[in-house]
Design a protein around this ligand. Structure first.
Ligand code: PHE
Length: 347
């Protein structure tokens, strides 16, 4: 019996060693440990054996069973590992290569420049305000001294949100001027960065969705000198050098007097593509807050005497600054969402 068991063991382990797949192992298991396998056969013989031999046969058979189960499990693990390794090598996987760097997102170029603008103005004591993009006609036009039939509404092709035209996609950030006056106590200085919308034919310099930064300062004795000083200071800071500014008359119903402010071209001395050869770049609309606007904004306030107040306001296009900063020549790229474009401006 002992020899019989020993030869079974040798046979079985040889077959385990020669197995090239999991199926081979299953076959070994069946042949030796299955219901009709070799071990079962020996156990079946036990009653026919002499009492002295029974114990030896039983113990030997059980030991053989344990040995085999262990050998099969070990062989199975080795086979599986080899299979994974083979798959990995076939895929060209090289574990010694460095891991790919995780992809990092970045700030949109508009966000980058907006933050620069905000930090310059906050350093000058300005607060940053926000306002709704879907705005009441009242704030977007009427309170800004633009009555319903005023021709200046035609200057701004408006997206209306309802039949009776009480709700609009704001065409400018100026409505937040009124919202600020309703809530803040003068003197105050605020800027309002935000998205604005106009129903315009799109081309390289026109988008239906773009960004403005509004500025509003209200207090006693505010005059045009404060306005030009502030915008000059801001532009010097933004472009990192001393730049001249100039005012031209400009018409906006909510300021009086109203101006267009130009800045000396930051990119040339004698004329270039950016300034169309003129050495001046149009920068923004601005002026002193119209008394009607102060009345609309502060009129209901018992704690504010708006007749004693003056203020200045300005509004400029952020997209234009972004285009200047990064040398972008088509505004439609900014809202296009194309990563190939955006990835050129990492930060
Ligand atoms: N809201 C004006 C525009 O969109 C700009 C402006 C703001 C002009 C404030 C004067 C004062 O064109």
């Amino acid at each position: 019996m002992r020899e019989r068991l020993e030869s079974l063991r040798i046979d079985a382990l040889r077959r385990v060693g020669e197995a090239t797949g999991v199926e081979d192992l299953r076959a070994v298991e069946k042949d030796f440990l299955g219901k009709e396998g070799a071990v079962a056969e020996i156990l079946g013989l036990i009653p026919t054996l002499a009492p002295m031999e029974r114990r030896e046969a039983g113990q030997g058979a059980n030991q053989l069973k344990t040995t085999l189960l262990e050998a099969i499990a070990a062989a199975k693990a080795a086979l599986e590992e080899a299979e994974v390794a083979a798959q990995r090598d076939a895929g060209g996987f090289d574990p010694t290569l460095q891991a790919a760097a995780a992809k990092r997102g970045g700030l949109h170029p508009i966000t980058q420049v907006r933050r620069d603008v905000e930090s310059i103005f906050t350093s000058m004591g300005y607060e940053i305000l926000d306002g709704p993009e879907v705005e009441l006609d009242y704030y977007n036009f009427q309170a800004l001294n633009i009555p319903v039939d005023h021709p200046s509404r035609e200057m701004q092709d408006t997206f209306y949100c309802d039949e009776d035209h009480t709700l609009v996609m704001r065409t400018q950030t100026s409505p937040v001027q009124i919202r600020a006056m309703e809530r803040m106590t003068p003197p105050f200085r605020v800027i309002v960065p935000g998205r604005v919308f106009r129903n315009e034919e799109q081309d390289a310099t026109h988008e239906h969705t773009f960004h403005q930064i509004e500025g509003l300062v209200v207090g006693e004795g505010i005059q045009v000198g404060h306005l030009t000083w502030t915008l000059k200071r801001f532009l010097n800071e933004l472009f990192g050098r001393e730049l001249e500014v100039r005012l031209r008359p400009g018409y906006f119903p909510f300021v009086e007097p109203g101006f267009e402010l130009d800045v000396r071209c930051p990119f040339c001395e004698t004329g270039c593509r950016v300034c169309s050869g003129s050495t001046w770049v149009e920068f923004c609309g601005c002026g002193l807050v119209h008394p009607n606007v102060l009345a609309a904004g502060f009129g209901e306030r018992e704690d504010v005497d708006h007749e004693k107040l003056t203020g200045f306001a300005f509004g400029f296009g952020l997209d234009r600054l972004v285009m200047l900063r990064f040398g972008i020549d088509d505004i439609r790229n900014l809202m296009g969402g194309d990563l190939r474009f955006l990835e050129q401006f990492p930060c």
